[in-house]
Design a protein around this ligand. Structure first.
Ligand SMILES: Cc1cc2nc3c(=O)[nH]c(=O)nc-3n(C[C@H](O)[C@H](O)[C@H](O)COP(=O)(O)O)c2cc1C
Length: 381
């Protein structure tokens, strides 16, 4: 059975098999609370039954991808924010089995996964999804998670060097040759690698990364098809210039790289309703003790960054841990997406307080506006 009208070439995989000029995905649904550090009772459960329901709704709405978070232990606070999480390749396999169109990513910590095992697990997911699996490579940053695994976290430069090797091993294991091979690197040594089957269609899954540092960005330029950045609080002109620079650096290496961002959507009938709900969730009912734990893990204190900057970051963490807040009526949300598109971004991964409760209104009111503005194609039956 062929699910897609289009063959699973790398270009089609990277375009999420869609005609959409502006790609939209859902971010963080494999974690309890998703990306909302809040006490409100309707916050996201992250349970399997809800994830399954969500992927079917998203598939029907024409949402292009689902991006999970590779998170291994909760942040504490009253809600133990993101304390309950699914391992993401398993999660993706399950969701791919009960959907038809949508791409589902697995988020893999290069320092924690053996690359041969990872390549095998991801090929399995890719076959289940008939070419709709995507890989998000992360190097990790949370010391407590590494301690839990008994793995020493490398310094920042070596983190990305190891991830480069990891990515090379995985890509070679996926490459279309049955000849056994050795990989002898600084961080990885593997002998007699044989890896069958290969990903669907004689190609490989779409690969993304979201490193914020120069090393992270360089990793994306050299290895990935999609790069997620948080540059969107800037002016359109600055963002345009930054994105053009990133894409040019990739092109200079003969690589196509698309740039995306992350956001948190609070969309209601009126501006006032949206702002009131945002205030309720992310100010009045924020899980401030979890925010403080996250800030502490990241070493962000009033002493290290100044009281004013600290308070601003703290308030940003309460709402999507720093993703761009998009709060308003459907016109405002649609227009915000238009501006992001104009700044050169290929798309966005959004989160919502409760994806299942919030997606229908977004589907009914925002997506048709984006179609009328030429950013999205109508969903095919
Ligand atoms: C869209 C997006 C997804 C991310 N997913 C994860 C994740 O699942 N797990 C994780 O440990 N870090 C995740 N990160 C953090 C990045 O991988 C990266 O470590 C962080 O941006 C810091 O950049 P640096 O590694 O270049 O210093 C994500 C960041 C973004 C913007």
């Amino acid at each position: 059975m062929t699910i897609h009208a289009r063959p699973p070439t790398l270009a089609n995989r990277a375009a999420f098999y869609s005609d959409n000029k502006f790609i939209i995905g859902l971010f963080g649904a494999n974690c309890s609370s998703g990306r909302a550090v809040t006490l409100v009772p309707e916050r996201w459960t992250g349970d399997w039954q809800d994830c399954k329901k969500l992927v079917r709704m998203a598939d029907e709405a024409g949402i292009d991808f689902m991006l999970p978070i590779g998170r291994w232990k909760g942040y504490g606070g009253v809600t133990d924010y993101q304390g309950s999480t699914y391992e993401t390749i398993n999660w993706a396999s399950g969701l791919l089995a009960c959907s038809k169109r949508i791409t589902v990513f697995g988020t893999v910590h290069a320092p924690l996964f053996n690359p041969i095992m990872g390549a095998k697990m991801m090929v399995t997911a890719d076959h289940i999804g008939e070419g709709r699996f995507g890989l998000n490579i992360v190097c990790g940053w949370n010391e407590g998670e590494f301690e839990m695994f008994g793995v020493r976290q490398r310094d920042h430069t070596n983190r990305y060097k190891q991830a480069n090797e990891w990515c090379e091993v995985v890509k070679k294991a996926w490459a279309d040759s049955d000849k056994p091979f050795d990989y002898i690197g600084e961080f990885h040594q593997h002998r007699g690698i044989k890896a069958k089957p290969k990903p669907i269609g004689g190609t490989r899954p779409v690969i993304m990364n979201a490193g914020a540092s120069a090393e992270g960005q360089d990793f994306a330029i050299r290895n990935c098809d999609a790069y997620f950045t948080q540059a969107t609080r800037d002016t359109i002109e600055n963002t345009q210039a930054r994105i053009a620079g990133i894409k040019k650096s990739a092109l200079d290496l003969g690589r196509d790289l698309e740039v995306y961002t992350v956001g948190v959507v609070t969309c209601r009938k009126t501006m006032q309703e949206a702002q009131d709900y945002y205030h309720h969730v992310s100010v009045e009912c924020a899980d401030w003790s979890a925010c403080d734990d996250i800030m502490a893990i990241k070493g962000l204190t009033p002493e290290s960054m100044g009281r004013e900057a600290f308070e601003l970051r703290r308030s940003q963490f309460a709402n999507g841990m720093g993703g761009l807040p998009i709060i308003g009526d459907p016109d405002h949300v649609a227009n915000s997406f238009v501006r992001l598109h104009e700044s050169g971004l290929r798309g966005i991964a959004v989160s919502m307080v409760n994806y299942i409760d919030d997606l229908p209104f977004f589907q009914q009111e925002v997506l048709p506006r984006l179609e009328r503005k030429g950013l999205r194609a109508p969903v095919k039956a």
